[in-house]
Write a protein that binds this ligand. Structure first.
Ligand SMILES: [Zn+2]
Length: 396
């Protein structure tokens, strides 16, 4: 029996759920490797592995090449055990997907959606679209371990509600999670879209403990921070909400009600408004991208200036967090905008803070939010504590 706190922690750390995490993270793939990593007795280890195999968390897959001893059975995380439903809501579009636990899509759908229609209308439509997509995948709702939802605003993760979102009118404090759980009958996790994109890129790049920051620039501007493999959300979900930092010398009115915000000066919507004002009809962030692709000089100049404003703010962010990777994502990520970001960032940040910094555009592009939503759901619902709880409830 465990006799003190440290013993208790050690027991918990070598629980069945912990062993599953070691296999899922690629740290061990045979019983022998797990024994070496954990120091568990042979009988304790075998009993836990058997429980994980019986409940379908692990599966066996061939034998590992032997280095002298007997060949040993390879253990794998069973990524077909359940499915995940992922939805990434932007200001004007939604991307929905049914995927397996490894993130492989069964079906994916992109459609128009106006977040400004408010929570009742948007969630009614989302529920119908998600149910249809599950049908289309030939699956049933009961096969889902959970639903991951990204939204373009600050989220209080523990409650699944958005908090004073500048570009989501009518959504403040709306119980998104409760609403969808009641409609779909499965666990729902909600997070900010930039957080999910950061998590998706981090997982795809295989960065483990390497710190990463992702800045999404589309209709609005937001950032996600991944430290030690987890999203850093701050005390109430506001971490990374850099879009409403005030830029000196600007008095442009922002959608949040304040003036001179970074988003009011440097977002896709802000560039669209300025192009429109110059006599080039431009309604959205995506229209700006079309003009950039067409090589229009005013669009390129304004995008580069906007990038410089974002780069100025990022210089502070980079000095504070000292990340290894900074990803620029969103509609404007492959344009003169990124040039502007680099110019201001390297001019303003301490050389020490940027010495090992890699500034890159997104690997996942428009799929980043969905990939991150899946990762969030699997990380949470296949966490050691959650797996141990479910194993205990089956046997007990
Ligand atoms: Zn603002």
């Amino acid at each position: 029996m465990a006799t003190n706190e440290r013993d208790l922690a050690a027991v918990a750390a070598n629980s069945a759920g912990h062993l599953l995490t070691l296999v899922r993270a690629g740290r061990a793939r045979t019983r022998g490797e797990l024994r070496e990593l954990t120091g568990l007795s042979r009988s304790a280890l075998l009993q836990r592995i058997d429980a994980l195999l019986a409940a379908g968390y692990l599966r066996t897959s061939g034998v590992a090449g032997s280095t002298g001893g007997r060949p040993s059975t390879v253990l794998e995380f069973n990524d077909r055990r359940q499915l995940v439903l992922a939805a990434d809501l932007g200001a004007t579009h939604a991307r929905l997907a049914v995927v397996d636990l490894a993130g492989r899509p069964l079906v994916e759908h992109v459609g128009e959606l106006d977040i400004a229609d408010g929570p009742e209308a948007v969630l009614r439509r989302l529920t119908a679209d998600l149910s249809a997509l599950v049908d289309h995948a030939g699956a049933r709702l009961e096969e889902l371990c959970g639903i991951g939802l990204g939204v373009p605003g600050p989220v209080e993760f523990s409650t699944g509600r958005v908090v004073q979102p500048p570009i989501m009118p009518g959504w403040h404090d709306y119980p998104i999670r409760e609403h969808l759980e009641a409609e779909l009958g499965r666990p729902v996790l909600v997070d900010n879209d930039a957080n999910l994109m950061a998590l998706g890129e981090h997982a795809t790049l295989g960065l483990d403990d390497t710190p990463l920051i992702l800045v999404k620039v589309a209709t609005g501007i937001g950032a996600g921070i991944v430290i030690d493999g987890r999203v850093y959300r701050g005390v109430d979900g506001g971490a990374g909400d850099i879009g409403h930092v005030r830029i000196a010398g600007n008095d442009v009115r922002c959608t949040c009600g304040s003036v001179g915000c970074l988003a009011a000066v440097a977002s896709g919507r802000a560039i669209a408004r300025r192009l429109d004002g110059l006599g080039f009809p431009t309604r959205s962030s995506r229209d700006v991208v079309s003009r950039l692709h067409a090589g229009e000089p005013d669009a390129i100049r304004l995008a580069r200036e906007a990038g410089q404003h974002v780069g100025e703010v990022l210089a502070t962010v980079v000095c504070l967090i000292n990340p290894a990777v900074l990803i620029i994502a969103g509609d404007l990520a492959e344009t003169a905008f990124v040039t502007g970001v680099r110019e201001a960032l390297y001019a303003r940040a301490l050389p020490r803070a940027t010495r090992h910094l890699r500034v890159a555009t997104s690997e996942l592009g428009q799929r980043g939010g969905v990939v991150g939503a899946v990762r969030m759901v699997v990380d949470e619902l296949y966490s050691p504590a959650e797996v141990d709880r479910r194993l205990a409830s089956v046997s007990g």
